[in-house]
Design a protein around this ligand. Structure first.
Ligand SMILES: [Zn+2]
Length: 74
């Protein structure tokens, strides 16, 4: 699986629906985007994600507006 925003493959399962596995939430380690797997392809599919919101990991360090990445709670 890839992050739809930056296409990093460092994607972790963040949480699941408490009852019936109806959905899962994933988070990108690289850009901290999180998304629910039941959202549409315009959110979940890197190919269809709105290009205006895409990020290139190679450029992260040069962007001031990216918030710092919080430590993951395990
Ligand atoms: Zn990402």
């Amino acid at each position: 699986m890839k992050c739809p925003r930056c296409e990093s493959e460092k994607v972790n399962l963040l949480t699941k629906a408490p009852v019936d596995d109806a959905w899962e939430v994933y988070i990108c380690e690289t850009c901290t985007l999180s998304w629910r797997n039941t959202e549409g392809p315009n959110i979940t599919d890197p190919e269809k994600y709105d290009k205006r919101f895409k990020l290139n990991p190679a450029e992260f360090k040069e962007l001031d507006q990216i918030p710092p990445i919080p430590e993951l709670k395990k």
